[in-house]
Design a protein around this ligand. Structure first.
Ligand SMILES: [Zn+2]
Length: 512
């Protein structure tokens, strides 16, 4: 039984207080419930782990640790990326955890395909990444999968859309900014080589290995968020808004959307952002001027939607490719942190719609690093569109919009992190959004690196976050970001929350 749908009384009252709760309480067709129950017969306790950890610690000893300390039953092996968020040892400048080799791999890290690419699959794409050379010939899927399956653990391949500029084909398929300049290594989802590559990689992995599924990561934002700096991570630079390449122009033309008007709108937006950052206040105020731009140039939003459509086409193509190979293979998407912080971004992401393209969604609800990231997001917006609003008030207003509960004020937010209640609420929102049509795995922060003075996860934090997520009644949890940056005590504390939950019959649905 999926506790999210049974809604025992105490949680039901808490749930109904919220707008999203009303949707879930309105009734879910019985067929979905039956399907959801069958699919969740065994809950997923997953962990994201890269190849270097198996090389450093040995396959069997590492699997022992993951099972014994974390209660892990599913591995999400970083199989394709050029990024250090999911691959490699601890990132430079951060303390090593209490396991693995205590030596930086900054000089040797390269990235690529940590499995073995079979060239026949990649004939229809100009993107030609090679086997990741950092660990010699080591093939993480071949090395880990048999041992994991012998233990009854499932194995998923994590694929991340992060590239290096020197990979053959990348320079021809990158995004183009407002001024016609190519980005260094960010690929355009509408370039035909890009979906061709991802579907080729998915085919290769699903045919070449007896895996249980894929998890796809793509954190690239559309031009509107980039232009106004409305994420937690990026520098505000309107001129970096993308993508305005030939394929985007062609797609726009096909739907009667004017490239010239969109470009003019984004140039005006660039001017607005530049003025705001310099403190040159429009006579009607920042928010009014921004709203007027969106009214005058509906092409600004339309171009942003065009970008998302391209990104989602890749997701749909991946899903269709995998299902055509073996329908029982599971395909999931990582839903980035900005979806939690930004109400405008939320408006463009419907969980119900995403559920039509995925078997599961990994939703980012990282709460320890979440304080630092959310504070950054608020300060970004308070520098442009909402520059007339004192940042502390903007934070509180945004908390209301997002249905966050009691969280720290702006000055304390990075040091405090976000609360376990945040984890509970965001998990509950996702469950209500998908209405049983796909599985929800909240991604739990087990010590994601943060800056000086910001919250560092302690065992009490990872226990509380895991317990809060499980109380909401999801289909499992996914320990994040990568094992090579987690302290064993943090993993063990999260594992003890899992053990208590299993002892209680894997029930959720309590009030947060
Ligand atoms: Zn493009």
């Amino acid at each position: 039984m999926n506790p999210a749908h049974s809604l025992p009384d105490p949680s039901r009252r808490a749930f109904l207080k919220t707008g999203v709760g009303a949707v879930a309480a309105a009734g879910v067709p019985a067929g979905w419930l039956a399907g959801a129950r069958a699919a969740t017969a065994r809950k997923t306790i997953g962990i994201q782990v890269g190849a270097v950890s198996f090389v450093d610690e040995g396959v069997e000893p590492l699997l022992d640790i993951l099972q014994a300390k974390g209660g892990v039953n599913t591995l999400f092996l970083t199989t394709f990326t050029y990024g250090r968020g999911l691959a490699g040892r601890q990132i430079p400048g951060q303390p090593f955890p209490d396991h693995g080799r205590q030596q930086s791999d900054a000089a040797t890290f390269h990235g690529g395909n940590y499995a073995t690419p079979h060239p026949a699959y990649y004939r229809n794409t100009l993107l030609q990444p090679a086997h990741a050379p950092d660990l010699g010939a080591f093939d993480v899927v071949a090395a880990v999968l048999p041992a994991a399956h012998r233990r009854g653990m499932k194995v998923f391949c994590s694929l991340e859309d992060v590239w290096r500029a020197d990979v053959p084909g990348v320079s021809q398929a990158t995004q183009v900014d407002l001024h016609g300049r190519r980005t260094r290594s960010t690929l355009c989802p509408l370039h035909p080589a890009v979906p061709a590559f991802w579907t080729a990689l998915a085919s290769d992995l699903c045919h070449s290995y007896d895996i249980d599924g894929l998890l796809f990561f793509n954190e690239h934002n559309g031009p509107l968020l980039e232009a106004i700096g409305a994420s937690h991570a990026q520098q505000i630079a309107a001129s970096q808004a993308t993508c305005f390449c030939a394929f985007h122009r062609q797609a726009a033309r096909a739907q009667g959307l004017s490239f010239e008007r969109a470009r003019e709108g984004y140039l005006r937006l660039e001017q607005f952002v530049g003025d705001a950052l310099a403190g040159r206040r429009p006579s009607d105020g920042y928010f009014v001027a921004f709203s007027r731009l969106l009214d005058t140039y509906p092409e600004i939003s339309a171009w942003d939607r065009l970008f998302d459509a391209g990104k989602h086409q890749v997701l749909a193509a991946l899903h269709a490719t995998v299902k055509a190979i073996r329908p029982e293979l599971q395909v999931g998407f990582h839903i980035e942190h900005v979806n939690s912080f930004n109400p405008m971004f939320r408006a463009t992401r419907s969980y119900a719609e995403l559920a039509t393209k995925a078997d599961f969604l990994k939703i980012v609800v990282y709460n320890n690093c979440g304080g630092e990231r959310y504070a950054h997001y608020i300060r970004n917006l308070a520098a442009t569109v909402f520059r007339d609003v004192p940042p502390e008030e903007l934070l509180r207003f945004n908390n209301h919009l997002l249905n966050y509960g009691e969280e720290a004020g702006l000055e304390q937010l990075a040091a405090a992190g976000l609360s376990p209640d945040y984890v509970f609420r965001e998990t509950q929102r996702a469950l209500a959004g998908v209405q049983g049509r796909c599985r929800i795995l909240p991604g739990i922060d087990l010590g994601i690196p943060t800056g000086p003075g910001s919250r560092k996860a302690a065992p009490a934090d990872t226990y509380a976050a895991t317990a809060a997520a499980l109380r909401a009644g999801p289909d499992g949890v996914l320990f994040s970001r990568k094992y090579s940056e987690m302290r064993l005590a943090n993993l063990a504390a999260a594992g003890s929350a899992v053990a208590e939950w299993r002892a209680g019959g894997e029930k959720g649905g309590g009030a947060g």
